[in-house]
Design a protein around this ligand. Structure first.
Ligand code: HEC
Length: 186
């Protein structure tokens, strides 16, 4: 009898040990997973932070740096009016450039350089352009032509932009040339 009891006791403690061990293992596994996912989360946050510090804009121009620090005379020196006339073929589907030309899908562009943004009274501009309240300076035109949708949010010019500096410089020179009073280059 005593023997049987001891056996029971032994089995019991063995079972209890197994249960305790199982519980301990479970706790360890749960803690371990927590630690690992913690770590993964930290690594994730780190790489997100690294990404934010140095955003890779898939080859696109950084607008912030072109807004104010752009060296306009150096930029314009890259272009020429003849090349500008060729580049303007991309604009012709929507814009007239001739003196006395009319509005098309886009507003007429004779005299556009240095006039206020959205100034053609018989053209129906988007609110974005109508309310922009700046003039078409070299800087504004350059920024706009890099990527119109980004420079003036909500405007309706369906044109991706001119990434190439020579193209932009040239088309600006061409716009300046098609005016009652072309401006001296800065
Ligand atoms: C698919 C048609 C389309 C093409 C292509 C296009 N534009 Fe436009 N453009 C527009 C429209 C539409 C507007 C009016 C935008 C608004 O009101 O939001 C506009 C507005 C403008 C304005 C503002 C004029 C003002 O009176 O304030 C300029 C400058 C301009 N475009 C230049 C260009 C140049 C330069 C090109 C070629 C490199 C070009 N656009 C190509 C449709 C086009």
């Amino acid at each position: 009898m005593l023997y049987v009891q001891t056996l029971f006791y032994k089995m019991d403690s063995f079972e209890i040990n197994k249960i305790v061990a199982a519980v301990l293992v479970t706790i360890l596994v749960v803690l371990g997973i927590g630690k690992i996912s913690d770590l993964m989360f930290k690594v994730d946050k780190l790489s997100v932070a690294a990404y934010k510090v140095d955003p890779v804009d898939d080859g696109q121009v950084n607008l912030a740096s072109t807004e104010s620090d752009v060296d306009i005379s150096a930029l314009l020196a890259l272009g020429n009016v003849e090349h500008g006339q060729k580049v303007f073929k991309k604009c012709k589907a929507c814009h007239s450039i001739k003196q006395g030309g009319g509005n098309n899908i886009g507003p007429k562009l004779w005299n556009v350089m240095f006039r206020p943004v959205g100034a053609i009274s018989d053209y129906k501009y988007s609110k974005a352009l109508a309310n922009y309240k700046k003039d078409w300076s070299w800087e504004e035109m350059n920024g706009f032509l890099i990527k119109p949708s980004k420079w003036i949010k909500g405007n309706k010019m369906g044109f991706a932009g001119l990434k190439d500096e020579k193209d932009r410089a040239s088309v600006m020179l061409y716009l300046n040339q098609n005016s009652d009073q072309p401006k001296q280059l800065p």
